[in-house]
Write a protein that binds this ligand. Structure first.
Ligand code: ISE
Length: 338
């Protein structure tokens, strides 16, 4: 069976996923593309794919078996809810929702449907390095995890990047991947602002230093620095009672020339996580073809990440810690007791 995928959103990530689905992921093809800018949708749609400006018509089309949401973040929740209502598997680029209440509506819609249909595009869970960290944490070789030390560094941020995006658009990846690595929920958040870099746009607080604590007592520190200048650099170290595991830097050749040795550093996430995106989309399609429920990040993970990023923005705004990050009871559909 070839999965006919409808892609909502013809921006950069939507175009990238259209390329993946059309060239590198077996068992899928793009049967429809929608964008509010119909011309943009038409410019990236594969030959033979329907071109629409109305995402709801795409979701309801008989030519669409599964939906990939890659539109503007605030539009995600309604588009995901439409896919759930249509009973169609949906992969939604982060964020699942820009408001925790909308994330909860999606959780409740899946709960009512009695099955998972939603997967959220936290692609780091598909990165080979993070999967190796998960194995080391799960096999007990570190002992009980105690701390995590992380850094999320971007080379530079555009003028449209705002201080709250450090949590909502950037740190959200660590928030999800650490919940997954530790199998734990984040209950406390504090955001501190070191001296700002002179390399930032004036409106931006950059870098930001984020401190988290989990329900199980693990302490996490995360440096978010989106104007680091030297490259795209992601670091993660989990420290346990008996050992630690560190995210490997991507393999890169060591060049010796002119009396120096150097290795290249990726410029942005598109190169650093290209393989993770490929794996994420390939495994999603494999799951849809098998007729099973999605196994990647769930609507609950998307909801939880939105609650925590809201708390981080609140802490940045007030300057204080948010010590009671509260989630609704986790439904059984997502491994909870509710
Ligand atoms: C971007 O949206 C991403 O998702 C990248 O992974 C992250 O590194 C970057 O800071 C975000 O703006």
């Amino acid at each position: 069976m070839t999965v006919r995928v409808g892609v909502i959103g013809a921006g950069w990530i939507g175009t990238e996923h259209i390329r993946r689905l059309s060239t590198t992921v077996p068992g899928a093809r793009v049967s429809a593309v929608s964008d509010i800018d119909r011309e943009r949708a038409s410019s990236v749609a594969p030959q033979g794919a329907a071109v629409l400006s109305d995402s709801r018509r795409l979701v309801e089309s008989d030519e669409v078996d599964a939906v990939l949401v890659a539109s503007w973040g605030p539009a995600h929740a309604e588009q995901v809810l439409a896919a759930v209502a249509a009973g169609k598997p949906v992969l939604c680029e982060k964020p699942l929702a820009t408001d925790p209440a909308d994330g909860l509506r999606i959780v409740e819609a899946e709960h009512a449907a009695g099955r998972r249909l939603v997967q959220v595009g936290f692609m780091r869970r598909f990165d080979s390095g993070y999967r190796a960290l998960k194995e080391a944490v799960d096999d007990g070789s570190l002992g009980t995890p105690l701390m995590a030390h992380c850094a999320h560094r971007n080379k530079s941020a555009q003028s449209s990047y705002t201080s709250d995006m450090a949590a909502r658009d950037t740190a959200v990846h660590e928030i999800d991947v650490l919940r997954w690595l530790l199998d734990d929920e984040i209950t406390t958040v504090q955001v501190l602002a070191p001296r700002s870099t002179g390399k930032r746009h004036p409106h931006l607080t950059d870098p930001q230093f984020m401190l988290f604590e989990t329900a199980g007592g693990v302490r996490i520190d995360l440096e978010v620095f989106v104007n680091c200048q030297y490259g795209y650099d992601i670091q993660c170290e989990i420290v346990g009672e008996e050992g630690l595991v560190r995210l490997p830097d991507p393999a890169a050749p060591r060049v010796r020339a002119a009396g120096r040795e150097s290795t290249a550093i990726f410029a942005d996430f598109t190169g650093r996580f290209a393989a993770a995106f490929d794996t994420e989309i390939r495994e999603w399609i494999d799951g849809v073809r098998a007729g099973g429920e999605p196994t990647g990040p769930s609507a609950w993970d998307g909801y939880a990440a939105t609650v925590v990023t809201d708390a981080a923005v609140e802490s940045l705004t007030t300057g204080g810690a948010v010590t009671a990050v509260e989630l609704k009871p986790r439904p059984a559909l997502y491994g909870g007791a509710a």
